[in-house]
Design a protein around this ligand. Structure first.
Ligand code: G3P
Length: 221
């Protein structure tokens, strides 16, 4: 399963990229707004740092504006995936951009039927938002299971990009189902790195090493 980071925060992107964890990045207007500044600078920098796919989202809601913005966004790099909303105009833009060889991520997916339609329109990725479904008392992960089952019957080539991830359990569950990608907020990836027994284990190793060293101060690894 590929791991994308769901952020426009350059510090987090560099931090996890240096660990070799990132296959790509997803952004959206809210994430851009959270960082402030000029989003153009962030987009240029992210597409430089990351070799894999970087989703940059349009803000137009009608077809011609989406096409215009999609083409402008694509100028940031060959790794740019144009993110469009799951609307009739979004699907029309998805079909046009995809047939010109520009990959598209259809976002704001909340049902298996929406995912099916986005795949039919040629999307490279569909982004089901599982956390937002959980928030309203529906089982977000059930949607991932459904989309996986539907896609496995056909040959769309569209990847399931699990979005709106809230905690590490979402990630394990998505991996068990066989989702293609999860996009993670930096705090979720941070939590995945940690385990209390790892911390205690390391403290014990170092304390034992100090004991050994106290009798032989010149010892070095
Ligand atoms: O990339 C968009 C998606 O991950 C949004 O997540 O937390 O705003 O529901 P959230």
């Amino acid at each position: 399963m590929k791991i994308f980071l769901d952020t426009a925060n350059l510090e987090s992107i560099r931090k996890f990229n240096d660990m070799g964890l990132l296959d790509g990045i997803t952004t959206n207007p809210s994430l851009m707004s959270k960082e402030g500044g000029n989003p153009k600078d962030a987009m240029a920098e992210i597409t430089k740092i990351i070799k894999g796919d970087v989703s940059l989202e349009v803000v137009s809601t009608e077809y011609s504006g989406m096409i215009e913005e999609g083409k402008r966004l694509r100028q940031y790099g060959k790794n740019v995936v144009v993110k469009v909303p799951m609307t009739p105009d979004g699907l029309k833009a998805c079909k046009s951009l995809s047939s010109e060889g520009i990959p598209v991520n259809v976002t704001l997916i909340f049902s298996a039927n929406q995912a099916l339609l986005a795949a039919k329109s040629g999307a490279k990725y569909v982004s089901p938002f599982i956390g937002r479904l959980d928030d309203i008392g529906q089982d977000g992960m059930h949607l991932i299971r459904e989309i996986k089952e539907v896609f496995s019957n056909y040959d769309f080539g569209t990847q399931i990009l699990v979005a709106s991830v809230r905690h590490p359990l979402h990630v394990v569950d998505a991996a068990k189902i066989g989702a293609d990608v999860v996009t993670l907020p930096p705090d979720v990836l941070d939590k995945m790195l940690q385990h209390p027994l790892t911390k205690i284990g390391l403290q014990n190793f170092l304390a034992d090493w100090d004991k050994l060293k106290s009798g032989n101060p010149d010892i070095k690894i």
